[in-house]
Design a protein around this ligand. Structure first.
Ligand code: SAM
Length: 303
């Protein structure tokens, strides 16, 4: 499901400070890696293309694209002779077809240094197919960065992994079922498509792909939610803009206000936001495309 649309108080655009903190925490790494690893030595193309997969409709993608475009420009300016013409930049904003691209385009600064295009589509169904598709699109030596939630390696006993914020939401759903708003079986059949691999697991998944070399992988030092969403109201709204669409499809639109009102109260009672150990660990993975390094079998044809 796409994030909540528009720019009102229940929108993703107004409730994505946590994700904004993740972008900011990646800034230095992205700038450094572009400076060190982006191969512009024999830049012959007059166009540089940058894409954001899963851009949503808030200010974070605008910031992320600005960081990338500025870093590449800076590198070109310092590395190439003054007579070298600056290439044209094209930025492709990709998300699900239901994403609110209108709000996103209204947020793009008029003085931006790139041409922008919205590319609604499904980018892939899992990490393997995502990487396979990106390998087809990227130029040799092109960089791909992505951010993924992870569990730290130390926490190997999967039965001990808890997601208190989601467990609280589950208990609110049970309360509403007990109140008779829907059948309890609906809670059991609700599937939250969320997956946080272990750090090592994610690394292994990436390394088995032969189209990319792993250049860097590290856990970001992003501000935790208790700082980006310090009060129960803003924390409840942070959760709402992420999963309201999914919940609406299963439980119906009419229960959403009551559900999130109850959630806000439970967040307050639970002391969730004062837990100093609460943090969602986010890993930044940087890959470089190394096409044609695979060993091909006899019946594989390379076009
Ligand atoms: C949590 S939001 C992050 C948005 C933005 N990058 C940011 O940092 O604020 C994740 C976005 O990925 C999009 N998304 C998830 N799976 C997708 C897929 N298979 N194809 C296209 N977009 C997808 C969602 O619609 C959502 O807008």
């Amino acid at each position: 499901m796409a994030m909540n649309e528009g720019d009102g108080h229940k929108s993703y655009a107004k409730n994505s400070t946590f994700q904004g903190g993740v972008t900011e925490a990646s800034k230095e790494i992205i700038e450094e890696e572009i400076r060190k690893k982006l191969d512009i030595g024999n830049i012959s193309s007059t166009t540089i293309r940058v894409a954001d997969f899963g851009c949503s409709s808030g200010p974070n993608t605008v910031n992320a694209m600005q960081i990338i475009v500025e870093s590449i420009k800076k590198k070109i300016e310092t590395k190439l002779s003054v007579s070298h013409e600056m290439p044209e930049f094209q930025v492709f904003f990709n998300d699900r077809t239901s994403n609110d691209f209108n709000t996103l385009f209204a947020l793009l600064p008029s003085e931006r240094q790139y041409y922008a295009a919205g590319v609604p589509a499904q980018f892939a169904k899992d990490l393997d197919s995502f990487l396979k598709a990106r390998a087809e699109e990227l130029v040799d030596g092109g960089l791909l960065a992505f951010i993924h939630g992870v569990e730290p390696n130390a926490n190997k006993d999967t039965s001990k992994i808890t997601l208190p914020s989601f467990e609280l939401l589950g208990s609110c759903l049970v309360d509403l079922a007990k109140k008779g708003l829907f059948d309890i079986s609906k809670v059991d059949s609700f599937n939250l498509p969320k997956y946080f691999p272990f750090h090592d697991e994610l690394k292994a998944l990436v390394e088995r792909n032969q189209d990319f070399s792993l250049e860097r992988m590290e856990i970001l030092n992003n501000p935790p939610k208790r700082l980006t969403n310090p009060d129960p109201k803003s924390f409840a709204m942070f959760m709402r803009v992420l999963i309201e669409g999914l919940l609406q499809n299963h439980f119906g639109r009419e229960i959403m206000d009551e559900l999130f009102q109850r959630y806000e109260e439970k967040v307050e009672e639970s002391g969730l936001l004062s837990d100093p150990n609460e943090n969602s660990l986010m890993a930044l993975v940087l890959l470089k495309c190394k096409r044609m390094t695979r060993s091909y079998t006899d019946n594989e044809v390379i076009l």
